[in-house]
Design a protein around this ligand. Sequence first.
Ligand code: PLP
Length: 461
Amino acid sequence: MEWKWNTIIEPFKIKTVEPLGITTREERAKALEQAHYNLFNIKAEKVLVDLLTDSGTGAMSAAQWGGVMNGDESYAGARSYYNFEREIKDLTGFEEVIPVHQGRAAEKILFGVVAGKGKCIISNSHFDTTRANVEFTGAEAMDFPVKEALNFDKPAPFKGNADVAAMEKFIKEKGAKNIPLCVMTVTNNSLGGQPVSMENLKAVRALCDKYGIPMFLDCARFAENAYFIKLREKGYAQCPVREIAEQMFELADGAWMSSKKDALVNIGGFLAMNNKEWSAKARQMLILTEGFNTYGGLAGRDLEAIAIGLREVLDENYLQYRIRSTAYLGEGLLRHGVPIINPPGGHGVYVNAKKFLPHIKPQNFPAQSLACALYLEGGIRGVEIGTLMFGRRDAKGVFQAAPMELVRLAIPRRVYTQSHIDYVIEVFGWLAKRAKQIKGLDVVEAPAILPHFTAKLKPAK
Ligand SMILES: *Cc1c(COP(=O)(O)O)cnc(C)c1O
């Protein structure tokens, strides 16, 4: 539908509601202390607006809930599996469709088949679970983001792109025979949910063809990426988003997806490809770790909901609202002088805490301090992507700060309305006026692996 108004409305009405966790500042202060200033330890019922992640936190539609009731729970050959398989084949064109319980299960299986010691996987940027699963096999995970991606303040349309020249240089050094796979993550989650252009996908495809390297998509947010191509890339304005998505998949040899994102469900995923040799090996691992070929760690009702979600997510009214509402949050923050990764990505806004709180030293965790202040003042939960997550002590015990200090405000799909977002903007406006009063944190204890999930902190002296 042609939309001539400035106000982009939520293209749905609400049928089921859940109360928000309304608390007092005093209760939140106590909750923070009990959680050791780690927001992963806060009970969700004590959060007002939860922007921790967009993964598995979306609202399903009435049609999806109807599908849940229709789920065929047969162990083998369930109708729901065939609906799931047909939908994914239609969209991606891949012949071999393997269901898994979530994205990282696909990664564990795929890299178990193709990676291993001495091998190297190349990418625009690996997502954390992707990197962890590559490295678990003994292989290396190398990222080749474009330079614009690291200049947070300066807008560029496709900051998710890969640096093709740097990739080629690396392939020549390492030797193509040691690189079993190139992964394009769409959108680029680790670097701000930024999109990859079709032109860049084509260039990477050509590079992979030149050196005989298969290319897969890590396509958790393929629909958001396709919509950005329609909005921003020359020649696609008139192209239906579904066709853009199909073209993206056509360039690849395979894909995997965390359905907890753009399939609009709370759990699930798939691995799909044409390579019969790889898929046969993958299916052996599937049966060992996930389940039989026609359910792979999911219930029939999950498969049904994914099949419906994959269709719904390509509705352009939905995508217009989705991308617009993320941009709306970004614009609101910029209006209050809050520095963000500009432009906002598809699934969230990333606040640059290093610039927002220059008085807090890296060893006092500026991004985590901001995330805690947001919770204390507004009951809003974001997630730190900074020194708590990536900071390290080197061999001599010397503290190494992370290169960036970000607070990600990820937006669950179809969950919050514009007034919730207006509220978040207002809280940020209030904080922006009192930024100097926000204090840093000291670490009390932190494990070596994935410290951000369980670290304990306290207010710095
Ligand atoms: C979420 C995500 C994954 C991992 O998927 P899970 O369902 O959380 O296991 C992999 N890649 C990308 C790009 C993701 O966003």
